[in-house]
Design a protein around this ligand. Sequence first.
Ligand code: MLT
Length: 263
Amino acid sequence: MTVNNLTVSYNDEGPDDAQVIIFIHGFPFNKSMWNMQVEALEDHYRVITYDVRGHGGSDAGRVDFSIELFVDDLFRLMEALKIDKTMLCGLSMGGYIALNAIEHAPKSFNALILCDTSCKADAPETKAKRMKAINRIKNNGVEAYADESLSNLFAPESFATMKEEIASVREMIVNTSKESICKTLQALAVRVDTCDKLPDIKVPVLIMVGKKDKITPSSEAQLIHEKINGSILHVIGHAAHLSNIENPYDFNKQLRKFVDLVH
Ligand code: MLT
């Protein structure tokens, strides 16, 4: 589909007339990270997954990236698919996009699922780490970046038990271009804080976080939970940052219970 003059790669599964749920992946992954969630929901829901600009099969375009640009792409995709209202599920960067999207168009969303994410902008030391990562990627390439990222993404015990899943996440990272990774790191470093806007969210919200998440730890999820009235917080055991991949059983159980309840 062409959106904002770019080719955007998306999947649209489940009955056409069912309640819609859109999934937004984290950085630097792609829509395939949601395969197990699509399977868990497509019997009763219209489940849309798409590749954020510069990731997976979506074009990058020529301009610099920003969370606001990613949000605009989401709104244009919804328009093109004629979706007025949807549930929205985002993991990490997907959560930053979801929080920004609901702030700008609260009427377009009827529920939020925020996974392994944060409402805070980058601290100065995180910004500095991102700038160093950009330099390392420019010098050493994406493969080395993928290898150094994996140890932060998964719980230590998963390296023995989830070899296939870890290999597929590595594949997603190395299939993202050097330019897109650097442009996204830059966009993440300058993103704005959405914490003050959280009390304005009036739709049902489920917050999930891997117990061993080191990138967006459970304290970040707790903060979001405290600021959104009536939100539900669930900590996923045996999982780090990619809780939907590391513990799909618990993740999908909570997800399905929540969407069935609110819809
Ligand atoms: C992600 O999974 O989207 C990233 O870890 C987000 C980030 O680096 O802030």
